[in-house]
Design a protein around this ligand. Structure first.
Ligand code: ADP
Ligand code: MG
Length: 402
């Protein structure tokens, strides 16, 4: 179990709480919020704090503004959407430090919600400037820190880590608690057999994750372009597939480690291949299926039908499944078969199923099986770093249960 204290471990009644959430939502061309998943994901913590009788001061970043002048990165529309979802007033302050913040926050009563403007309107946020962090705490009058922004927990910024130095209580929100439970506890002490499915584009992106998870899992299934660097390591030909020849040694080391640890390590036995890929148009040339060796002039774009069956068998036998990285170029419809078949198999396995990684989450949503998996991580980079075994700065600053 995670030993980080959460909002359930401390008394926040009547306290002014500085809550870092992830309201980094996407907008459509008309300026409307096009996906409110992140707002919805923050609601349990906000509601819990309100029910406890706390005063809730919310802070978040939105996009990558250069300065305050980039008004399209204002959190004002989020305040409106949040008020609708909470069914109560949300006071929006168009700054995150200074007089306006002091005034709005000093008037707060138990059960009130204030949302501060985009913390990245100040370059000090990303620099984790201590004076800026101190000002955030002083101007809001906060008495406790809650971090619930898992998606930015791998960054040591002022609102994700720096402010903690100036507050006596520092705890995780319910979303971070859940992330740590699924990505942490449930993979540290998994119900076995524990199968890891890894894909995506590069071995170099995932080698630390492979290494770390080989210590924990019973089986590892490899797909995506990553599989072709492993194929090179086994002396196979890969045609024009995406490969990293300078990572062959790392792939060999992973294969050796799997053998030593007794981890069943499965690589594709066949591949969907094509002679042309047009990413911009979202199209590929006619597809063929090739076995272990891919011929000159052909590129692997998906796992093949025999591989799908082989992987499905292993998935059906598993009690815990962790999936990161699509099996093929799922963004192109013709190359999404393998990824969607694996999504279906994972969803129907009855196992504890955990999905992490930005593109993997997009893939599971696109497959239509998102509702049937146990947990979908809200952190792209953060979930990868966590699975690599790194300590996340936004979690490291929180109080331990001791
Ligand atoms: P995640 O974001 O879930 O960690 P990655 O970023 O590692 O996943 O990988 C996702 C990308 O890998 C997708 O954009 C996908 O198109 C690409 N990919 C998967 N298989 C292949 C392949 N055979 N050839 C080229 N790219 C691939
Ligand atoms: Mg990605």
């Amino acid at each position: 179990m995670s030993n980080i204290k959460t909002i359930k471990d401390v008394d926040l009644k009547g306290k002014k709480v500085f809550v870092r959430v992830d309201f980094n939502v996407p907008f459509d061309a008309q300026g409307n919020i096009s996906d409110d998943t992140r707002i919805v994901a923050a609601l349990p913590t906000i509601q819990y704090l309100l029910d406890e009788g706390a005063m809730v001061v919310l802070t978040s970043h939105l996009g990558r503004p250069k300065s305050k002048a980039d008004t399209q990165f204002s959190l004002a529309p989020v305040a409106k959407a949040l008020a609708e979802k909470l069914g109560k007033n949300v006071t929006f302050v168009d700054d995150c430090i200074g007089e306006k913040v002091k005034e709005a926050c000093s008037k707060m009563k138990a059960g009130d919600v204030v949302l501060l403007e985009n913390s990245r309107f100040y370059s000090e946020e990303k620099k984790n400037d201590p004076e800026f962090a101190k000002k955030l705490v002083e101007d809001t009058g906060a008495e406790a820190y809650v971090n619930d922004a898992f998606g930015t927990a791998h960054r040591a910024h002022a609102t994700t880590a720096g402010v903690a130095a100036y507050l006596p209580i520092k705890v995780a929100g319910l979303l971070i608690e859940k992330e740590l439970e699924f990505l942490g506890s449930k993979t540290e002490n998994p119900v076995r057999p524990f199968t890891v499915i890894l894909g995506g584009s590069k071995v170099s992106d995932k080698i630390t994750v492979i290494d770390s998870l080989l210590d924990k899992c019973d089986a590892m299934l490899i797909g995506g372009a990553m599989a072709y660097t492993f194929a090179l390591a086994q002396g196979r030909t890969t045609g024009t597939s995406l490969v990293e020849p300078d990572k062959i040694d790392l792939a060999k080391q992973a294969l050796a480690k799997a053998e030593k640890k007794g981890v069943k390590f499965l690589l594709p036995v066949d591949n969907a291949v094509t002679q042309s890929i047009d990413f911009a148009a979202g199209k590929v040339g006619p597809l063929e299926v090739m076995g272990g060796n891919i011929e000159e002039g052909w590129a692997g774009v998906d796992i093949g039908p025999k591989t799908i069956e082989l992987y499905k068998e292993q998935i059906a036998k598993s009690k815990t499944i962790l999936w990161n990285g699509p099996m093929g170029i799922f963004e192109i419809k013709d190359c999404a078969k393998g990824t969607f078949a694996i999504a279906e198999a994972v969803a129907k396995s009855g196992a504890i199923s955990i999905i992490g990684g930005g593109d993997s989450v997009k893939a599971i949503k696109k497959s239509g099986f998102a509702k049937d998996v146990s947990f979908i991580s809200t952190g792209g980079g953060a979930s990868l770093e966590f699975l690599e075994g790194k300590e996340l700065p936004g979690v490291a600053v929180l109080d331990k249960k001791c």
